[in-house]
Design a protein around this ligand. Structure first.
Ligand SMILES: Cc1ncc(COP(=O)(O)O)c(C=O)c1O
Ligand SMILES: [Zn+2]
Length: 418
């Protein structure tokens, strides 16, 4: 099958590489690479859809892969897009949708990246797939690799939540629990992959993860029948944010959509490197500063939302560009608001988010309060991970169950007035 993939362009310095380029990052400056396409002109209206597929590969003509017979048989995407009027009303928003990516095979958004990265790895004949992860990217890779019998090695910080470590082990990955942070795991994984010649799916570093993540933009476009005013993305490394933005840019470049949304980057104020950088990009040079001069200053991340706890955002520049070029905003919220957002989403929408996913809603509320997002604007808020991945923090946000003796009288007394 044909792919329109034509090569790569560096996010930092703009240097281009041919499609056959075998590296991961820009040889000129070390920046992350963006996949580029030569879109067809005058093609029939539904050229961009592979109607034989019911998963992310429905958008195969917009992806940099072609040998679908090598794809995992697990169904990644489409995920539901729910109208959530009661949740919206909490922040005075009249047109809010929640996209529940916790419904993917390994229960997080990361399956989109994993599906495309794994297919790329198999297309180039990789023997082992590896990656560093706060937990979800790894459990996703382990899950998908298991589905096709490819050996997988995952580097996680030793403090990753128990459920995510359990997922990795259950799927049979070689799990290296690194005595250090996610950032340490990331660097160690890079070094080991270079020595062993493994395929490295590290977020941001590998341009194919972003290509998988952009499929969420295509789904939103189809599900809404158009482009929303805002898309809210919980952000650590910045790869989900840059992926969504890439998807919307592709839709416009390919002549399929005539507008793009504004991107709202949601962070914890205890892991806010991208929000800090966005604040520093001077308004005078927006929307097109010289990106070579924009440096992301690392922070010392301490947020309880493990999936977005990042010192050095590995796709930071692409994420900052997404916010600035979309005319969007970055909002950092305290961890207390992230915790409170978990039951608020669950009780008003019936969707249980892990802490990182709840950060999107917490930040959207603040953005609405500040008047950044207006009541009548259409908003899609991403729920990037299922709440069962971190029940310990969810329990901190809710009360205890009612202890009750095993008698009818006691149960009736406990439910008086209901
Ligand atoms: C559930 C969840 N939400 C948000 C993120 C943030 O994505 P990124 O690191 O690409 O910004 C992640 C990344 O691990 C995640 O697992
Ligand atoms: Zn470069």
């Amino acid at each position: 099958m044909k792919t329109y993939f034509s090569g790569f362009r560096c996010y930092r310095c703009g240097t281009e590489q041919a499609g056959a380029f075998g590296g991961y990052v820009c040889p000129a400056c070390g920046g992350n690479l963006e996949a580029r396409y030569a879109w067809p002109r005058g093609a029939p209206p539904r050229w961009w859809l592979d109607e034989s597929r019911t998963d992310v590969f429905r958008y195969r003509p917009l992806l940099p892969v072609s040998r679908l017979e090598l794809a995992s048989p697990l169904r990644v995407g489409p995920t539901p897009l729910y109208p959530v009027p009661r949740l919206g009303a909490v922040a005075g928003l009249r047109n809010l949708h929640l996209k529940d990516d916790g419904q993917n095979p390994s229960a997080s958004f990361k399956d989109r990246a994993g599906a495309v990265a794994l297919l790329r790895a198999r297309e180039i004949g990789a023997r082992v797939v590896a990656g560093a992860s706060t937990g979800n990217a790894g459990s996703s890779m382990a899950c998908l690799a298991a589905s096709v019998g490819v050996p997988c090695a995952i580097f996680v910080p030793e403090k990753a939540p128990a459920a995510k470590i359990a997922q990795l082990l259950v799927f049979g990955a070689t799990v290296l629990a690194v005595q250090g942070s996610y950032d340490d795991a990331f660097d160690l994984c890079l070094a080991v992959c270079a020595r062993r010649g493994w395929f490295n799916r590290n977020t941001g570093h590998n341009p194919f993860t972003r290509e998988g993540k952009k499929t969420a933009a295509f789904e939103i476009f189809e599900q809404l029948g158009g482009i929303p005013d805002w898309v809210v993305v919980p952000t650590g490394d910045g790869n989900i944010l840059s992926g969504l933005w890439k998807g919307f840019c592709d839709l416009r470049e390919a002549g399929l959509a005539d507008r793009r949304p504004r991107m709202l980057c949601a962070q914890s104020d205890r892991s806010d490197a991208i929000a800090r950088t966005v604040a520093k990009v001077p308004a005078a040079v927006r929307p097109m500063p010289d990106w070579t001069g924009v440096a992301i200053e690392p922070v010392r991340a301490t947020t309880l939302a493990d999936s977005i706890s990042v010192d050095v955002p590995r796709d930071g520049l692409a994420a900052v560009r997404a916010v600035v070029e979309s005319g969007g905003a970055a909002v950092a919220v305290p961890d207390a608001e992230i915790l409170a957002a978990i039951p608020e989403m669950a009780r008003n929408a019936g969707v249980f988010p892990e802490p990182a996913a709840a950060c999107a809603w917490a930040a959207l509320k603040r953005a609405a309060q500040r008047g950044l997002v207006k009541p009548a604007e259409s908003v899609v808020c991403l729920c990037t991970g299922n709440g069962l991945k971190d029940v310990a923090h969810a329990r901190e946000a809710v009360g205890a169950p009612i202890p009750v003796a095993n008698t009818l009288a006691a149960a009736l007394a406990a439910t008086e007035g209901m």
